[in-house]
Design a protein around this ligand. Structure first.
Ligand code: FEO
Ligand code: CA
Ligand code: CA
Ligand code: CA
Length: 603
């Protein structure tokens, strides 16, 4: 059944079949290597990793835990030297420490966990002779942690809602946590989404102010004590003691990897929710547009359009100007409508009679600068309690919006809706055309086209590119391509593009019995929808943060082995093998014959 349709440029490789091997499985003709793993040195002089002798000081100088997003910012035109920036989303203490007592973590364990969160910045060098990426700890090296100082910027900076006893001005925030996906800006900085911050706080049930309490409920701020018990060692994690501290997380942060002494920023103009990530497209007239998902069941898709316009070039003047663009603009939330009769959208996932899940959509403005567009909300309230403000304008409740990213070739925007087991359940929203499957176990991929291809437009058209799952089942859709030829795919999470405009999708939570992996799919031409699996990851891991260049594919392998029962009995020994503890790592994959990734006819 192969060879009916020639593979478009960039994806001519033999697909990796679904499997459950405890390793990274790649196509024939490719090689791989771990670039950096949890505990490896980041700062010059950092100690080598020693599982049995961890310390806060060592972790502050080493690669953090659970790498999710990765971005490369080139330092030269040949793509040899780059700055690598990686998110460390969360910690899994039962796997990080031998004999960990979840009820009574030690202060040192908690301090190690603070240091294992945040981001890593590190120079890397591509090795054109043998392939792969080599870390070069040096002057760009930086660890950002749960305690690094951030500047709050934009319309809610300094708001009463952000003031705490440690920061009476409401402008200086300690740390970033739950950093999931992100994006590289055209001006060479990194955006990173603070996602599941709610779990780090304790005692939202003991908050006295009923308004504050109700706002915390909308964000699911943890009640009772927190899983990690941080509140025992720093009171700011106790929501009843320091309620506004909860308002200081759930932002998009911006890091300038070129300047290790820069103060990273929390952008209040981009709203506060469980930010999966943030990706940028610049409109023809220079306005900067940021696409964002709020990753929880029945949450929304957002975009931000800057008031100012980008300045070209890499001069320090241009960079400073561009780094201020996300301080002011309009924040929008998306409403999608279908074009097929509701009677044909029955939750089965079967296509309606017009042959597509598709329709129109609009972007509903929530606030512009200091002006609110939502009755009953001040602008500051729109930015800090964005979910509550958005609820007022009836956006579309989506099946967990994860990564959303504009395609650099065709301009359309692709969003992963990872899954939603509650779709169509009693007391929950029913299936609709943009989320057409009840009990959506395998997720889908949305494609939207801004009106006149202008990312600042307030109208759009949309259609589903993929309804994921077992291609042999009637509730799946692969862009109209022959389902006998595609790789099964489940739970899309991160999206990326190669230079040719093919969409690459990393998965988290495969519901088909295979390990998670990375897939490539053309979005235009006769092969649109031809999903091919490029790699699978080890036991218990999700695939994150893919970067696709001509020379390399990199992925973050997050939480390998966490299908086991803890450090004494992990579900994986990857990457070190033997009886080693699993370590979240970044992996590089390249062609052994020196040709480009997926180059036509070269294999
Ligand atoms: Fe951290 Fe939405 O995945
Ligand atoms: Ca339709
Ligand atoms: Ca994710
Ligand atoms: Ca996920």
């Amino acid at each position: 059944k192969h060879g009916h349709t020639p593979a478009p440029a960039g994806i001519d490789f033999d697909p990796v079949p679904p499997n459950t091997r405890d390793g990274v499985v790649i196509p024939e003709g490719y090689d791989q290597e771990v670039v950096i793993r949890w505990g490896d040195p980041v700062l010059p002089g950092a100690p080598e990793f020693d599982f049995d002798n961890q310390s806060e000081a060592a972790q502050q100088a080493q690669f953090g835990y659970n790498n999710d997003f990765a971005g490369l910012v080139p330092l030269d035109n040949a793509g040899i030297h780059s700055l690598l920036v990686v998110n460390h989303e969360y910690t899994s203490e039962t796997y990080m420490f031998s004999g960990y007592d979840p009820q009574n973590p030690t202060e040192e364990q908690v301090r190690i966990a603070w240091a294992a969160h945040g981001l890593t910045v590190l120079q890397v060098k591509r090795d054109p002779a043998r392939g792969g990426l080599v870390p070069l700890p040096g002057r760009y090296s930086r660890r950002i942690t749960a305690n690094t100082e951030f500047a709050a910027r934009g319309p809610a900076a300094g708001s009463e809602l952000l003031r705490t006893s440690a920061d009476p001005e409401g402008t200086s925030i300690a740390g970033t946590i739950a950093n999931c996906a992100g994006g590289v800006t055209p001006w060479g900085t990194i955006l990173s989404g603070e996602e599941n911050f709610h779990q780090y706080f304790a005692h939202a049930d003991q908050v006295n102010d009923p308004v504050a309490k109700q706002r915390m409920q909308r964000y699911g701020i943890n009640t009772g004590s927190s899983t990690r018990k941080w509140e025992r060692f720093d009171q700011r994690w106790d929501a009843s003691a320091e309620p506004n501290e909860t308002n200081r997380f759930g932002w998009v942060v911006e890091i300038d990897p070129n300047d290790p002494n820069s103060t990273p920023v929390k952008h209040t103009a981009l709203g506060r929710f469980k930010h999966e990530g943030a990706t940028v497209r610049v409109a023809e007239d220079g306005h900067v547009v940021v696409y964002m998902g709020d990753d929880e069941r029945f949450e929304y898709i957002y975009k931000f359009v800057s008031s100012g316009r980008v300045k070209n070039g890499r001069s320090s003047h241009a960079r400073r100007h561009n780094m201020s663009l996300l301080d002011e603009g309009t924040l929008y939330v998306a409403r999608f409508s279908g074009n097929s009769p509701e009677s044909e959208i029955d939750g089965s996932g079967e296509l309606p009679s017009d042959g597509e899940f598709d329709g129109a959509g609009e972007w509903l403005p929530l606030a512009t600068g200091d002006t609110s567009h939502v009755p009953g909300f001040t602008a500051e309230e729109v930015y800090v309690f964005t979910r509550l403000a958005a609820d007022e304008v009836a956006p579309t409740k989506m099946d967990r919006p994860e990564d959303i990213e504009p395609n650099p070739v065709n301009g359309r925007v692709y969003g992963a809706l990872t899954n939603n087991s509650n779709r169509g359940a009693p007391e929950h929203a029913p299936a609709d055309e943009p989320n057409p499957r009840a009990e959506n176990k395998h997720g889908h991929v949305l494609e939207l086209a801004e009106k006149s291809d202008d990312p600042t437009a307030t109208k759009m058209a949309w259609r589903l590119l993929l309804v994921c799952g077992d291609p042999q089942q009637g509730d799946t859709y692969f862009g109209g391509f022959d389902k006998d030829q595609v790789s099964p795919i489940s739970c899309p999470d991160n999206v990326a593009f190669d230079r040719h405009g093919n969409l690459w999708i990393a998965t988290d939570g495969n519901g088909l019995g295979s390990h998670d992996g990375l897939f490539a799919v053309p979005v235009d031409g006769p092969a649109r929808g031809h999903v091919k699996q490029f790699l699978t990851v080890p036991s218990g891991a999700e695939t994150c943060g893919p970067i696709i260049t001509d020379e390399l594919v990199t992925v973050c392998v997050q939480h390998p082995g966490e299908n086991g029962s803890g450090a004494e009995n992990p579900g994986s020994h990857w990457p070190d093998g033997g009886r080693a503890h699993p370590r979240p790592s970044l992996v590089a994959v390249w062609r052994t014959d020196g040709h480009h990734v997926g180059e036509i006819g070269k294999r």
